[in-house]
Design a binder for this molecule. Structure first.
Ligand code: FES
Ligand code: FES
Length: 148
């Protein structure tokens, strides 16, 4: 059994120690807002916060998490920064198909928690999640609005 703190709640999960956090979230706990894209750390669809830092959950074995708190898209609006990011995303109508967007919101929240007033270069460096619909310009506008 692996003990995890997810969205402020303690969970005991029956999983092999090397199981990626992404699969535990989706398959064991039903938290399907975190998406599977590539499974190799490239796309960012699976991004969650680990102790506030944006992290690609397909690359995180559950045994490595320990006492770190996991935040998923399901609870992001309980975080004041996350709530601002979601409000900007909704106001600007960023999503197209939406598949990548929970990961984008988590990446933006992680950025603004660490760097509340990011420069253009810092936004570009942090927002590396892929979007097949090409919402990159809208994402950049939403991040700037959430930071304002
Ligand atoms: S599914 Fe994790 S980075 Fe693509
Ligand atoms: S909104 Fe469709 S993949 Fe990003």
């Amino acid at each position: 059994m692996v003990s995890l703190t997810i969205n402020g709640h303690q969970h005991q999960v029956d999983a092999e120690p090397d199981t990626p956090l992404l699969f535990v979230l989706r398959d064991a706990l039903g938290l399907t807002g975190t998406k599977y894209g590539c499974g190799i750390g490239q796309c960012g669809a699976c991004t969650v916060l680990l102790d506030g830092q944006a992290t690609r959950s397909c690359q995180v074995p559950v045994e490595s998490i320990g006492a770190q708190g996991v935040t998923t898209i399901e609870a992001i609006e309980a975080d004041p920064v996350g709530a601002r990011v979601v409000a900007a995303w909704v106001g600007i109508e960023v999503p197209q198909c939406g598949y990548c967007q929970s990961g984008q919101v988590m990446a933006a929240t992680g950025l603004l928690k660490e760097t509340p007033k990011p420069s253009e270069d810092e936004i570009a460096a942090a927002m590396t999640n892929l979007c097949r619909c090409g919402t990159y310009n809208a994402i950049a506008v939403a991040v700037r609005q959430a930071a304002a």
